[in-house]
Design a protein around this ligand. Structure first.
Ligand code: AMP
Ligand code: MG
Length: 332
């Protein structure tokens, strides 16, 4: 195989259709996206997938143009094969299969959660961090050990971002919910006790969300926002702190859409200081779902010989990150 230089990545697990191009020296050279925002309520999977189908061609064209490349110049096509919403994943996979067939390039399946980790490692140059991955659909504390990323804590029900976004919508705040909720919380004055639920190393956010919504009828939204964020981030900090103490990793990496939260960054930084670990955060433009992170992880995988035949390129809506071998991290 000729040495791999450029990989194009397709992201389509949930609200974002993204296309990015990564190069072998560890750079995302272009990253275009189109985001579906529901008119009301949460993500409607079929509507989101229709949005992806409608915007795929222009998003891909934009990414190629920004990189001054044609599809013939990329060495492979990577795609988010899971976890995510079935209809959205299938749309992205169809587009990726077609590009790979048209251009005669290998097709590389990528686990979306691992891509959030790998793009963070790439940007921060932290080689072996404990990773806190927080987004609209996922809340996972993980670290590499013995050939795979292992999970040292996760949500048992709704994701942190989803919990906060749902509450923000309940208050009538516009999308994206987390930054709006944090701005409101900055004006909060008193703490309202809410259910703090950590079971072993796992978090449960659904009871907290239900209770916060129930109390929103007769409590000050500023105080409630402050309290919800304190409890939600506090639970995550507790789990993270134990994982850091147990794994003795030298650094912590915060990644995923909610990593852009200044409030959460401050809390995680404090956890790190207590444990003598370095703290780093993925840059804001690569924090949310994007094709560049899929491209970069596709590059790492293809370099180790990972690719898939079109006939076998199924999507996996429930694909866990600890099911995936990560041969590019051998030697750790
Ligand atoms: P993702 O699913 O990775 O694209 O991340 C989406 C999540 O990031 C949603 O829960 C958003 O509310 C949240 N988010 C978006 N912008 C920010 C921000 N500036 N600070 C904190 N969270 C954010
Ligand atoms: Mg994500």
């Amino acid at each position: 195989m000729r040495s791999v230089q450029y990989v194009l990545g397709i992201e389509s697990t949930a609200h974002t259709f993204g296309c990015g191009i990564a190069s072998s020296e560890g750079r995302v050279i272009s990253n275009s996206k189109s985001e579906y925002t529901p008119k009301a309520g949460g993500i409607h999977p079929r509507e989101a997938s229709q949005h992806h189908a409608a915007t795929a061609a222009s998003t891909i064209r934009e990414a190629l143009t920004a990189a001054h490349m044609t599809i013939g110049q990329v060495d492979a096509v990577a795609f988010s094969a899971g976890p995510g919403l079935g209809p959205c994943l299938r749309t992205g996979a169809t587009v990726a299969r077609m590009l790979s067939q048209l251009a005669g390039k290998p097709l590389v399946p990528v686990n979306h959660c691992i891509a959030h980790i790998e793009v963070g490692r790439m940007c921060t140059r932290e080689d072996d961090p404990l990773v806190v991955y927080v987004s609209g659909g996922n809340t996972i504390v993980s670290a590499y050990s013995g050939g795979r990323y292992r999970i040292f804590g996760e949500t048992l029900d709704v994701a942190l971002g989803n919990c906060l976004d749902t509450f923000a919508r309940e208050l009538g705040l516009p999308h994206p919910g987390v930054p709006k909720l944090e701005a409101l919380a900055d004006e909060g004055r008193s703490f309202i006790p809410l259910p703090y639920i950590v079971k072993g190393q796992d978090m449960s956010y659904s009871g907290l969300l239900t209770d916060a919504i129930r109390r929103s009828k007769d409590h000050d939204p500023k105080d409630l926002s402050l309290s919800l964020l304190e409890v939600a981030y506090g639970m995550l900090a507790e789990v993270t702190e134990r994982a850091l103490a147990h794994t003795e990793k030298p650094a912590l990496l915060l990644t995923g859409g909610v990593a852009r939260s200044r409030r959460l960054q401050r809390i995680m930084d404090a956890v790190c200081r207590d444990h003598g670990a370095r703290f780093s955060v993925v840059p804001p433009d690569l924090a949310g779902d994007n094709g560049g992170m899929i491209a970069w992880t596709g590059y790492l995988a293809l370099n180790e010989g990972v690719s898939v035949d079109v006939e076998e390129s199924y999507v996996k809506p429930k694909w866990r990150l600890d099911e995936v071998d990560v041969p590019w991290r051998r030697g750790h």
